[in-house]
Ligand binder design. Structure first.
Ligand code: NAI
Length: 287
């Protein structure tokens, strides 16, 4: 497998990081979003991040100039139809994703691999939106936040996904600076299933909004557990809206088992548009 042309759909937290990472692998990347403002903002942030890497001498000027040429922002109807791989990273909403996959199936060439960065929806369920042929080339590729830094990529095989395709993707990521893991198509895959309790239990411990208590829990888990970020800091980074959707969908998928139950505070924060770092207000405030 040789992935050279990539289309990333969704230029939010994940899509912009994924697009940046692929361009850093010297792939040609077309980044798409239904918000033009978000697209421009994402491109500016990626360029800023590359400029900083030059300042820190982690990349050279000539590498960054090449990467800047390789990454373009586009509207979906203008991207290359013969791209090798599409990575979908739009809002975590099953119906919206399925509608998009139906369109993508018609638009892209038969050889194009269509993948989803979903945190929680079964790949087999989403693949209902595409043709029998495309189902073989429909796969989960779950990156972690921030996508340029986190090594893990879960490669998720749907019921009809070609097993060889998953192995080839595994090998391709393995040959780059990623640590792939083949995962079953089960709710939350590997990490988001295990991590539900990393968020849910601290929320139940604190129970009501109390910044001092949240800071204390974050600090304890960093000091004692060796985690780089505490659960409240991490939820703010992920996005409260995204984390809440994932919690709900994993909870539903496990027949509402109490250990996966969302917390009232998550729902309240989403209703108040407190999405974490991206809206400058989550459990904590950001400037
Ligand atoms: P986000 O809210 O930061 O970005 C989503 C972007 O998708 C927005 O820019 C929005 O304008 C765009 N969008 C929405 N509908 C669209 C459509 N129909 N066509 C084109 N663009 C559309 O969300 P985030 O955090 O980047 O999440 C994206 C996906 O990645 C979700 O499926 C999420 O579950 C998954 N994910 C999120 C992680 C995180 O830490 N935030 C980690 C791993 C996966």
């Amino acid at each position: 497998m040789n992935l050279k042309k990539i289309v990333v759909i969704g230029a939010g937290t994940m899509g912009s990081g994924i697009a940046q990472w692929f361009a850093q692998q010297m792939c040609f990347v077309e980044l798409v979003d239904n918000s033009e403002d978000q697209l421009k903002k994402a491109l500016a942030e990626i360029h800023k991040s590359w400029d900083k890497l030059v300042e820190k001498e982690k990349l050279t000027n000539s590498q960054v100039n090449q990467m800047k040429k390789l990454l373009e922002i586009k509207s979906l109807n203008l991207v290359s139809k013969d791209t090798d791989l599409v990575v979908e990273a739009i809002i975590e909403n099953l119906e919206i994703k399925k509608t998009l996959f139906q369109d993508l199936d018609h638009y892209f060439a038969p050889h194009t691999i269509i993948s989803s960065n979903t945190s929680s929806f079964p790949i087999t369920l989403m693949s209902e939106a595409v043709s029998a042929e495309r189902k073989k080339r429909f796969v989960g590729l779950h990156f972690f936040n921030p996508a340029t830094i986190m090594k893990l990529v879960e490669v998720i095989k749907g019921e009809k996904t070609d097993a060889k395709l998953c192995e080839d993707l595994y090998d391709w990521f393995d040959s780059k600076d990623k640590k792939p893991a083949l995962s079953k198509d089960s709710p939350g895959f590997i990490v988001n299933r295990v991590a539900r309790n990393f968020y849910g239990e601290p929320l139940r411990i604190v129970d009501v909004e109390d910044e001092a208590k949240m800071r204390e829990v974050d600090q304890i888990l960093k000091d004692v557990g060796g985690f780089k970020m505490g659960p409240f800091e991490l939820m703010d980074l992920i996005g409260i809206d995204v984390n809440y959707s994932v919690t709900c969908s994993v909870w539903e998928a496990y027949n509402r088992e109490s250990r996966f139950a969302p917390h009232e505070l998550q729902k309240k924060m989403v209703e108040e548009n407190r999405f974490g770092r991206k809206s400058k207000r989550g459990f904590y405030k950001y400037d």
